[in-house]
Design a protein around this ligand. Structure first.
Ligand code: FES
Length: 585
């Protein structure tokens, strides 16, 4: 990396607020001294914001106040002045209808807080699924030096001697309850045994995936994404990140210098190698959009074809995040696939990916495989195209039933989620194990917010007959903890008149994962006739944030960001040292 001259304090943003003895300099310092700070903190110290998505409504991030205290230690020790601030927090389990409805709102909150306050650098504290991409998107747009610390995964669930992974195993056991094979008592025990500590979900779901992706993007200190939340090394890494951001400010090492096209490709490679969540695709496209970089879905498929899955972690593999961490974690995995990565890409350390990984090693070959003996020969996620998904669709091939990789079946259509809930367990539902379940109205505008409804439940009558997977299609997303044969992110979505909107019961649909195809087997004339007769539903919102969302949300293949937040030519809202005198006090 080309060294840049160490910046002088007078060039930092915060000096525009805190230097000088005029009314404004005194005013800014005096008001902040209401918090009990002495004059020493204003002596040419870079101001470091700690952007905290802590919330008791978001259990995955509920320990981040403690993490923030460790960050502050590091900032003080390195000669900075830390100031913690909150943003909205998106708790995956409690927030309805879906956190994805609010990812962009959080990203805006993060960007606006960073740019409007006297901050020279920022430490981003994230954890639960959407909090990580929202902070990366906001930081990319604000473009002042930034480093991320995620909260880490929970300890593995333990129940009657079985290890339980969040989401993945709860779904599996719920199907046993519905099939009448697991008692209510046992089900109650599961509730108290699955979440044993602070932290995010324990499998390679979206939170773990996005933490690994953030590290692969170069935005976290190496080896930090996978450390369990309750491990003391999590606080050590937070302290080190606090110290490092002070140096990054003097080096002017901004997100736009780290999250380059090469870094995005590294992140895609890592996502494929860990068998990561399908959600990472939407988030990476959105992050790229904030940086003015085009990231077509074709790039994901191209890199997927040449990136094997090497992480043996649920839902694509056998182990849990805790095991992954003890086996060497994300640093070891990146070292295993280093020949596939842009090894010279710059990271928050100021060093390259290859330099960061010099000491990394794999300690358990069962959990982290090598390129010569991977878990699967191709990446976890692939992109489908065809007349049913003209702008693409996504399937996690590492989690499907192998016999469905090539499959032709008749559609059983649900017009929306309410229709699905009403009829899915009806014994009269005309469905068998070769049917293809189709859910409409679950995309960015249709649901709205593109919830994780793509994991359609298996009809009870099939469950009772022992069926554990059927092919499912939708314009929704799925949780990163999901497993089974589910095509999601179909674009354009049904609510805007995509071909999914015209599928009818009994239509033949053909899925060909190796051939990357998804086809509705009706004639062109019939397609035209049905499209002509199609009418959009009434919008879900007429006012407020919901209205803003519906007016500006982009489709899944474009990252589901708001159209006005994309940058045309690199970050447009670079926050330079602000030279102003605020007349507002
Ligand atoms: Fe927050 Fe799974 S619910 S990471």
């Amino acid at each position: 990396m080309k060294k840049t001259a160490r910046r002088d304090y007078s060039t930092l943003r915060s000096s525009a607020w805190f230097s000088g003895d005029d009314r404004w300099g005194v005013g800014h310092r005096a008001w902040l001294r209401a918090e009990g700070f002495s004059e020493r903190v204003f002596q040419q110290k870079p101001v470091i914001g700690i952007c905290n998505s802590w919330s008791e409504l978001n259990n995955c991030n509920a320990h981040l106040r403690q993490v923030a205290e460790a960050v502050k230690r590091g900032v003080w020790a390195a000669g900075g002045f830390p100031l913690e601030f909150p943003t909205i927090s998106l708790g995956e389990m409690l927030m309805k209808p879906t956190t994805m409805l609010y990812r962009n709102l959080m990203a805006m909150d993060v960007e606006e807080c960073i740019t409007s306050y006297p901050l020279d650098g920022v430490v981003l504290l994230a954890g639960c699924d959407k909090t990580t991409p929202a902070q990366l998107m906001g930081a990319a747009s604000a473009d002042i030096p930034a480093i991320m610390v995620t909260g880490g995964p929970m300890l593995r669930g333990m129940w009657r001697g079985q290890e339980l992974g969040s989401g993945t195993d709860v779904r599996r056991l719920w199907e046993e309850v519905r099939a009448g094979r697991l008692s209510e008592e046992a089900w109650c025990e599961v509730e108290s045994c699955v979440s044993r500590s602070a932290g995010h979900c324990t499998v390679m779901g979206t939170a773990s995936t996005m933490a690994c992706v953030a590290e692969a993007l170069g935005m976290m200190l190496p080896g930090s994404a996978d450390i369990p939340a309750s491990d003391s090394r999590r606080l050590m890494i937070a302290e080190k990140s606090g110290a490092r951001i002070v140096e990054m400010v003097y080096e002017d090492l901004r997100p736009s210098r780290i999250m380059t096209r090469q870094a995005l490709e590294n992140a895609i490679r890592v996502d494929m190698a860990i068998g990561g969540s399908t959600n990472a695709i939407v988030h990476l496209v959105a992050i790229a959009g904030r940086l003015g970089l085009d990231l077509p879905l074709g790039k994901f498929d191209e890199l997927s074809r040449s990136t094997p899955v090497v992480a043996n972690v649920r839902p694509s593999g056998r182990y849990l995040m805790e095991d992954f961490s003890y086996a060497g974690g994300i640093a070891a995995l990146m070292k295993e696939i280093l020949p596939l990565l842009h090894s010279k890409a710059v990271t928050v350390t100021g060093k390259s990916v290859a330099e960061n990984l010099a000491q990394a090693a794999t300690f358990n070959r069962e959990v982290i495989k090598g390129l010569d003996e991977p878990l699967r020969p191709e990446g976890g996620t692939v992109i489908l195209a065809g007349n049913l998904a003209p702008n693409g669709a996504v399937i996690k091939q590492s989690a499907i039933s192998p016999h469905f990789a090539k499959h032709k079946g008749r559609a059983v259509v649900f017009e929306n989620n309410f229709d699905l809930i009403k009829r899915i367990d009806d014994d009269k539902l005309d469905v068998d194990e070769s049917s293809i379940l189709v859910l409409k109205g679950a995309g960015p505008k249709g649901a709205p917010g593109m919830p994780e409804w793509g994991h359609l439940p298996i009809p009870r009558k099939l469950l009772k007959a022992g069926v554990r997977d059927v092919v499912r299609l939708s314009d929704a997303r799925i949780s990163g903890t999901s497993y089974g044969t589910m095509v999601v992110h179909i674009a354009p979505e049904s609510a805007v008149g995509g071909p999914l909107a015209i599928v009818k019961d009994g239509d033949w649909i053909e899925l060909d994962v190796p051939g990357r195809r998804l086809e509705l087997k009706i004639s062109q004339a019939e397609t035209k006739k049905r499209l002509k007769a199609w009418k959009p539903a009434e919008p879900h919102y007429v006012r407020g944030y919901g209205r803003l969302f519906l007016d500006h949300i982009l489709q899944a293949d474009e990252g589901c960001d708001f159209d006005f937040l994309k940058a045309a030519n690199g970050p447009e809202r670079v926050a330079p040292p602000v030279k102003f005198k605020n007349p507002g006090i």
